[in-house]
Design a binder for this molecule. Structure first.
Ligand code: ARG
Length: 260
């Protein structure tokens, strides 16, 4: 990711860029991924990413709309011009960085293991010979592939197009675990008495003083993705993101979804 270029004070660059691309900014996202992007029972689109987008675009004075897209093909879809940016709880990593540019990170996440209450799986080693469910094209799938190596290939990975498919497999005993982002797994554990997080330490404990009580296979950071030729817009969005953080709006949205 290239650093954002400094901007000369007083220059009417903002106005110029605005005139250049007016209209509704399309945001590609794979929905549902609660609590980041999902529909309420009445059908209203909401979630952490959705509200963060709302705050950012309010800051930019631009309109936006979310466009549903499969996560597995979300990057080619961005590069094909189907939408302008990706906001989809997307983890910044080197492989993706070859194909897109990312905003500043806006969220810290971990890969975690959701299991059924009373499961005989008490550590990742206990997954040997079993099946784990993941979402196709995600870092959860990549973490499962890493684990498979660790278990000398003795792990079956079932990849689902969307995360509810993976959780259905867990609930129907077609999988012993779901490997997926912590906040989303915690959301399922919250909503379903039968789903719990696999406990343990892990990567988060290596990186932070206070780590969550569940096992963390990775530490990741979410970013907004842009086409690699969209530097000026990326700079504007980063600036707006910083303003949303600086004004306390980010903390408000965070609190709404992650505490209390
Ligand atoms: N953070 C993970 C990744 O980047 C999973 C994201 C899935 N997002 C979604 N909206 N389904 O691979």
């Amino acid at each position: 990711v290239k650093g954002s270029a400094g901007i000369v004070g007083g220059l009417s660059l903002g106005g110029f860029a605005g005139a250049q691309d007016e209209g509704v900014v399309r945001i590609g996202s794979d929905i549902p991924y609660k609590p980041f992007e999902y529909r309420t029972q009445s059908g209203e689109l909401t979630g952490f990413d959705v509200e963060l987008a709302d705050a950012i675009f309010q800051e930019l004075g631009r309109e936006y709309e979310f466009v549903q897209t499969g996560f597995d093909t979300i990057i080619p879809s961005l590069n094909n011009g189907n939408f302008r940016i990706i906001m989809s709880a997307m983890t910044i990593n080197d492989q993706r960085d070859q194909q897109v540019d990312f905003s500043e990170p806006y969220f810290i996440a971990y890969q975690t293991v959701a299991i059924l209450k009373g499961s005989d799986v008490q550590s990742v080693e206990d997954l040997e010979g079993k099946t784990v469910a993941v979402q196709k094209g995600t870092t959860g799938e990549a973490a499962a592939q890493q684990l498979k190596k660790r278990l000398n290939g003795n792990l079956n990975i079932d990849s689902y197009d969307q995360i509810p498919g993976a959780f259905n497999a867990l609930l129907n005993n077609q999988a012993a675990a779901v490997i997926n982002d912590n906040a989303v797994n915690l959301q399922y554990a919250d909503e379903r008495d039968s789903i719990v997080m696999l406990e343990g330490e892990g990567q988060a404990a290596q990186e932070f003083e206070s780590a969550p009580p569940y096992l963390t296979l990775t530490v990741e950071r979410y970013g907004i993705a842009f086409r690699q030729d969209d530097d000026e817009f990326r700079r504007q969005v980063n600036e707006a993101l910083n303003a949303v953080i600086g004004s306390g709006r980010y903390a408000e949205i965070y609190k709404e979804y992650f505490t209390g």
